[in-house]
Structures are given as C-alpha cells and as structure tokens.
Design a protein around this ligand. Structure first.
Ligand code: FAD
Length: 465
C-alpha cells in the first residue's frame, strides 16, 4: 500500500489527513464493549476521503484498487462493534457529505447513502406526511446507508419487522471494488447480498426505501411494580392489530429512574417501565387497553405543556438505554439476544430470575413474520470478560440466542456461520479483499470453527505505532 502515491492520484478530492481527525473518523461506538475497547482502541486509518459525488467514489475506488489500499466505508460512525473501524488502516471513505434526497413519492424515498435518517423523515413529512418505516435510535446522527449496511431494526419494527425483511428496502445502488468498478442496482432477494454486510462487499451510494404515514406520535411511559407484568403488557399490546404503536420497550428497575434524567420528575423510583410511541388517533383505545393492566401512566407527551429539554422517548430506547446507563453506572455494558416466539414472555421471566440486577433487563418488541416477540438488549454490570461470556453462554443455554456485540466480525456477531450469499458476492465484487478487511471471517479463514465460542482474531489488524 503506497499512501503517498494514492494521495497524489486523489488530487482535487476532499482529503483529511490530520492525525486527530483521522483518529476520530476511524472510531465508532465500539467502546460500548469492554472487550472491544482495548482490542480496537489503537485502530486508525491512514487517511480519510470525503467524496461529494458518485463519480468521486468511483475515482477513489479505482485509485485504492491500483495501490492495494483497504477501504472502510463510514456513514455517521454510530455502529456498535467497530463495524466502521479500519482494522488494516488504509482509507476511511466518509460518505457523510453525500446527503441528497433525490425523490419522494407515495410510499418511497430515494436518497444518497450519506443522508441523515432524521433529515429524510423531515423531508418526507414536509413533502406528504410520510416517514421511513423504521429508524435506529441514532436517527439524528446515523446515515441511511450506514443503517442498511450495519443496522438491524429499530423504532417502527413493532409494525414492520427487521430491516432485512422482504419489502423494507426497495433498491440499493452499489459500487464494486475492482480495477474498473461497476455500479450495480440490487433489488428483491439480491438486497441480502449487501444489507447488513458492514460494507465488506460493496459501497452503497444510493438507497430507495419504503415510506409509511407520518403521525405526531405520542410518547408515553407506563410504570409497573413487577417486571414480568410489564413484559406481559408490552407483549399483549404489541399483538393488538388495531392499536397503532411505533415503539414498545420494557426496561427493568432501577435503570429508568436512575438514568432518564429529563423524565425523572414524572417517574417513580424503583419502577419498571414500558416506553411507548402511539399514534394520536389510537390513544383512546390504548388508554382503555392499558386500564386492564396493573400499570400506571407516568408520562404522556401530549399532556405536557412544555416539552423543551425533554428528549423523545425513542432516545431512551434501543441502544440509547445502554448509552444512558453507561453514563450513570460506569462499567455497564450490554448483550443482544432474541427471545423466540411463542415462548418469549416465559423466557424473559426465566432470564430475569436467573440474573437479577447483574443483568438489568431491557426488551424491544418487534414483529417477525407476523408474530410479536422481543429482542433483549439487556445491560450487564460488567465484572470480568469471563463472566460476561458466561452470561451470554447461559442465555444461549436457556434457549435465548445471543448476537454477541463484543465481536467485530459479521459471523460472530450474527449467526455464527458463513453467509454464503454475502461471501459469493464479495468474491465477485472485491477480488483483492480490500473492503473493510477483517470483518468477514469466511473470506479470511473459510475453515474457522465457531464451536465452543472460539474467538476469531484477524491477523491483518494493524499494530499500534
Ligand atoms: P456507520 O457506523 O458509519 O457504519 C455502519 C457499518 O456500515 C460499517 O460497517 C460501515 O463500514 C458500513 N457502511 C456505512 N455506510 C455504508 C455505505 N454507504 N455502504 C456500505 N457500507 C457502509 N442500530 C439499530 O439497528 N437500531 C437501533 O435502534 C440502534 N440504536 C443505537 C443507539 C446507540 C446509542 C448507538 C451508539 C448505536 C445504535 N445502533 C442501532 C447502531 C447504529 O447507530 C445504527 O445501525 C446506524 O444506523 C448506523 O449508521 P451509521 O451511519 O452511523 O453507520
């Protein structure tokens, strides 16, 4: 890799090479993991290229291919597991200035990959009272391309399921990493080749996403004395086809009162909470439904005269819950799991009982193949890495599969097996293996054995200077 020759080939493009800025743009939210923090802290690119157009992306790819320079794409850099960190150095391709919202039409939007998610929602709302079907809790800082390449689901998933479910992405425009890069439009099943592939097999420059009706969502916090009763309420509410919600989260005490500082004046210490976003026209049935449960409505955004300084409840949910808990309780981390349908409530009761306050439970309800169930984004009061691994192992053993957020590879953070479609696409689009190296085990070590939770350590990781 010859960075100086690369730089001269990239003359005229926006390049960042000041060490502090390069370091900043080489990091994401990997620090959520006490295991990844020391492993990846030194990781740094050689330079950052900030293209302003697809033509500039193509120029950068051609030059990097010619000089054998790795390219790690970056959107907002809010990914959690070092997803956007350049393990072998090289170029960080920062797409955050490719932000054009190209077209808004009934039911769909076309945007450049670097558009901020909440900007898309704002534009679609102003255009025709529409919004994206789902967004991560980082909507104000994350890009739509980063969500597609690195995210999974979020606010809206209680209605629409996961991002990779058929219909939740319409089209992706992708640039390959070849001597003469190609521009490919992917639709239908082909979307699975690059969705949630961490940019290891293509650079997404444009997305076409479905839209749904936008509402002035009402935020609510419902408090419960009992965590399992809160879970039952959330589960039953999610299953109500006639009550339109966009968010249903359950968070165990003592986290909500301790960490939701701006909402604290509405809340009671020691309570478990259910966070909700509900459509205004669904409030009457929602209130009637809630009255059948032993919960107390502590907060309704439509009844607070001045919401200044109060964040939307979605910024208390998903991984924002962990973020807030980390600020108050140093050493807090988290795990990601799935409570499989149809036994989700019983499984939640089981893990809650097993771990108590060592693993403050946090659930996000969503709809998978028409069935309501929940992800666990439970927090963990970290003591040792061995104990953290043991907690994840015990979840797996209890029938609650864990998607390990303390690994930087696609496979170990996911299904612990090769995604043949994504691997085959990488062979076709990235023959030199230059895109986000070290993130796809199947590319580097096809025979890697995931049994016994073996950890894959990418040998190409650039050593600290
Ligand atoms: P980045 O972090 O920049 O990139 C993510 C991955 O995608 C990287 O591997 C990167 O190389 C790749 N990539 C980025 N852009 C492109 C592109 N154009 N082409 C190809 N590859 C690309 N995630 C959820 O799914 N749901 C949540 O609710 C959620 N909540 C979060 C809350 C907090 C507090 C934090 C820290 C993270 C959360 N995340 C969540 C993770 C993350 O914020 C989202 O997935 C977000 O959408 C990532 O977007 P980004 O632009 O920051 O991507």
């Amino acid at each position: 890799m010859n960075i100086e020759s690369l730089k001269s080939d990239l003359g005229g493009l926006k390049i960042i090479d000041s060490p502090n800025l390069v370091r900043l743009k080489s990091r994401d939210a990997f620090y959520f993991s006490p295991i990844l923090k020391p492993e990846l802290d030194h990781v740094i690119a050689d330079l950052v290229v900030v293209p302003q157009s697809e033509a500039e992306v193509l120029r950068t790819v051609r030059a990097c291919f010619a000089h054998d320079v790795p390219v790690t794409v970056r959107g907002g850099g809010t990914g959690n597991y070092g997803q956007a960190m350049p393990l072998s150095g090289g170029v960080v391709l920062d797409l955050s200035e490719m932000t054009e919202i190209i077209e808004i039409a009934p039911g769909r939007v076309v945007a450049q990959a670097g558009a901020i998610i909440s900007d898309i929602d704002k534009a679609a709302r102003a255009h025709s009272m529409q919004e994206l079907r789902m967004h991560p809790s980082t909507a104000h800082t994350a890009t739509i391309g980063g969500f597609v390449a690195g995210g999974s689901s979020g606010i809206g998933s209680i209605q629409w399921g996961g991002l990779r479910d058929p219909g939740n992405i319409i089209r992706l425009r992708v640039i390959t990493m070849e001597a003469e890069p190609r521009v490919i439009d992917l639709h239908g099943d082909d979307l699975q080749k690059v969705a949630h592939a961490y940019g290891t097999n293509g650079i997404i420059t444009e997305v076409e996403m479905p839209l749904s009706t936008a509402y002035d969502w009402v935020d609510m916090i419902v408090e419960f004395d009992d965590f399992v009763e809160a879970t039952e309420y959330a589960n039953d509410l999610g299953s109500q086809d006639g009550i339109l919600t966009k968010l249903i989260s359950v968070i165990a005490a003592p986290i909500p009162f301790q960490t939701f500082k701006r909402h604290q004046r509405f809340m009671t210490e020691g309570k478990h909470v259910v966070l909700l976003m509900a459509a205004p026209h669904g409030m009457m049935p929602l209130l009637a439904f809630t009255a059948h449960y032993p919960g107390k409505i502590a907060f309704r955004s439509d009844e607070v005269a001045d919401l200044k300084g109060i964040p939307p409840v979605f910024e208390l949910s998903w991984n924002h819950t962990t973020l807030r808990a980390m600020k108050v309780a140093p050493g807090m981390t988290y795990i990601q799991s799935l409570y499989p349908y149809p036994n989700q409530v019983a499984s939640v009761a089981k893990t809650y009982e097993m771990f108590g306050d060592e693993v403050p439970h946090h659930l996000e309800f969503l709809r998978f193949d028409g069935n309501v169930t929940c992800f666990g984004l439970s927090m963990v009061r970290h003591t040792t890495d061995a104990r953290l691994n043991e907690i994840m192992r015990q979840h797996d053993a209890a029938g609650v599969p864990v998607f390990n957020p303390h690994r930087y590879t696609l496979e170990e953070g996911g299904m612990k097996q090769t995604d043949e479609l994504q691997l085959a696409f990488k062979k076709e689009t990235d023959p030199k293996g230059l895109l986000n190296p070290g993130k796809m085990v199947a590319w580097d070590d096809p025979d890697f054995d995931y049994a016994d939770d073996k950890v894959y350590l990418y040998p190409g990781i650039k050593k600290p200077a």
